[in-house]
Design a protein around this ligand. Sequence first.
Ligand code: MAN
Length: 649
Amino acid sequence: MREERAARAKLEHDFEVGSEKRKHELEAFQSMRASKLTALEIMESKMKELELDVSNVQGEIKDLKQTYGKSRMATMKDEVVPGFQDLLSALSRSELEALIVHACQVAGEVLGRTQSDNTCVALRMAGLDLALTWSDDDYEDVSNMKGEAEMNMELINLLFENASTGSSLKWRTKKGSSGRRLDEILDDDTYHPDMEDEYRGYYGDDDYVPAYDELEDNPNSEKEEVEDEAEPTEGKEKELMDEVKASKLSSTRLAFLERSKQLIDEISRSLDASKDETKEEEGAVETEAESTEDETTSHIDPAAYTMVRNELRKTESSIRKGFHWATSARLLFAFSNQSDANLQRLAVGTLYYGQLSALQVWQILQSILPEYSNEEATSSIDTCASPWASNCPPKLLSRNGGTDNFPPSYILYAGQTFCDEQIATLNNAMAEACTAAQFDVDATSTPISVPTSIPDGYYGYTKPVARSEDDPLSTLFTPIVTLAVDKDGLETLENKKRDLEKEKKDLQRDIDKGWKDIGGKEGNEMGEHGELYALADQCFAVDAGKYTYETCIFGKATQRDVGQSSGGTNLGNWKGASIDETTGRRHRVLKWDGGLKCWNGPQRSATVLVTCGAETKLISADEPDTCRYVMEMESHIACDDAYRTAHGL
Ligand code: MAN
C-alpha cells in the first residue's frame, strides 16, 4: 500500500511538473512557428515572382529565336530564291528534282566526309528553312514519309544553332528522333517552355565520327576496308540508287570506281608480293647479298603505293557518299509531291548548304537537260576523251521562251572558264589515264601500271570543290549569309535565365529548410503538437546488460559496450514520432530504423515508448526479438490531456 501510494504521488508530481513544462514548450513552439510562417509566406511569394521572371525570360528567348527563324525563312524565300529565277523557272518539275538529286550527289562528294549521315544533309538543311523534315528510318515504308506539319521550337532551335555556329550542319536534334513534317505551317502551339532544357545540350555533343582521313592516313592503321559506305542490295533504295548510277553525271564516277578497284587490287597484290619477297630474302641473307637488294627495292615503293591506295579509297568513299546522298533525295521525291515553290526553295537551299559552285551547276545541267544529252557523251570515257569535252564550248539553249538565253550568264561563264582553262589539264590527265588503259587491254597477262598519283580528271572524274567566296553563286546567297543572328542577345537572356534559376534553387532550399524547422507544412513532424521541438537533436542514454543504448531525437540510435563513448552498432536513423493505440493504451512512440543488418536477420531498429515524467530520460532497454530494440522513456512531452484522463488526474 505504501509503495502504491508512493507511486501515485510520483505520478501526480511528475504530471504536474511535466504538463506545466510541456505547456510552456508548446506555446514557445507555436509562437516560433507563427513568426517563421510569416517569413515563409514572404519567401513563397518571392518564389512566385521568380517563377514568373523565369517564364518571362523563357518567353523572350523563344521570341528572339522565333523572330530569327521566321526572318531566316523569309530571307531564303523572298530574297535568295528570287535571285535564282532565271535559272530555276526554265526548268520543269522533273528537271528541278534532278537538279536537287545531283546537287545532293555533288554535295555528298564535297561534304560527305565530314557528315556521317547517308542522307543528303544539304537537302535536309534546305528543308529546315521550309519547316520541312521527313523520316528516313524505313526506305520501304511510304507511310513514314507522310508528314505532320509544325514549325516548332525544335526546328527553330536548329535554325538558330546552325546560324550561330556558322559551319555546322545540324538537321535534327538528336539521334532517333525522326521528324516527319512535310508541310509548311507555323504552329506556335507546339512550343512548351519545359522543352527548352530538353533541347539544350543535344547540339555540341553530336556523335563524333572520325573522318576517313584520320583512320586511313594513320600509317599504323591496319584497316583494309571501310564499311560505312555499304550500298543497298535490294528494295526501293537499291532501285533508286541504280537510277542515280545510270545518270550521265554518274558515268565518270562509275568509271573511276571501276578503275580504282583494279588499281587497289593491283597495289594490294604488289604490296603482298613485296612482303613475301622480303621474307624470303630474310631467310636467305647469306647468299648473293648484293643482287637481292637491287631486285627488291627497284620493284615497287611500298610507301608511294600505300599513298596512292589511300587517295583512291578516299575518292571512292566520297563518290559512294554522293550516291547515297543523291539516292536519299530521289527517295524524298519518290514518296512526296512538293509544290513548285517548295521545289525551288529546296533546290536553292541544297545548292547553298551543299557548297555547290556555278561550275558544278553547269555540269549538272549538262547532265540532266535533254538538249545536251543528244551528243554521244556517255561513251566518251572508253575513248579516253574528257567527258566534258563534248560540252565545250558551253552551249546556250532556248528556254524561258526567249532565244538562246539559258543557262544564265554566270553559269555559262563558269562553264566557259572551265572549258578554256581546264580542258587542257584534263586532257593531260586523260592522256595519262589512256596510256594506262591501253596497257590494260590484256590485263590478264600484263600487270596494271599504277600511277604515282591520281590527277584530277583521272578516268574523267574531277573531285568537286566547295564553292569559293568569289563564286557567282556566293553573291546570290549574300542575303542569307549576312542575316543578323542576335547571339549576344540570346546569351544575355540565357545568362539572365540561369541566374534566376540559381536564385530560385537557393530560395527553394531556404524554404524547404524553413518548413523542416517548424515541423513541416502541417506542423506535425515535431510530434503531435510540436512537443519534439524542445528535444530536437538531444540524445538520451541508458545502460542495459552489457550495452549502453543511446537515442538521439532526429538523429541516430546506437548500441555500445558499457564504458565505450563512441562508435558502436547503428540501430537505425530517426524515422518519426507517432501515437500508437493498438495496445488499447495510448502511447507516444519514437522510431529509428534501417540500422546495421543483423546476421541472418533484419536490419536493426529501435522503438521508444514514451510515458509522462518530470524530466526526459531513458529508463530501460530490451531486445525482445533479435536486433529489434525496445526502450522506455519518461518525458514531459507525454504529460498531455490523454494521460491526465487515463490516470484520473
Ligand atoms: C550484437 C548485438 C546484439 C544482437 C546481435 C545479433 O551482438 O547487436 O544486440 O542480438 O549482435 O547477432
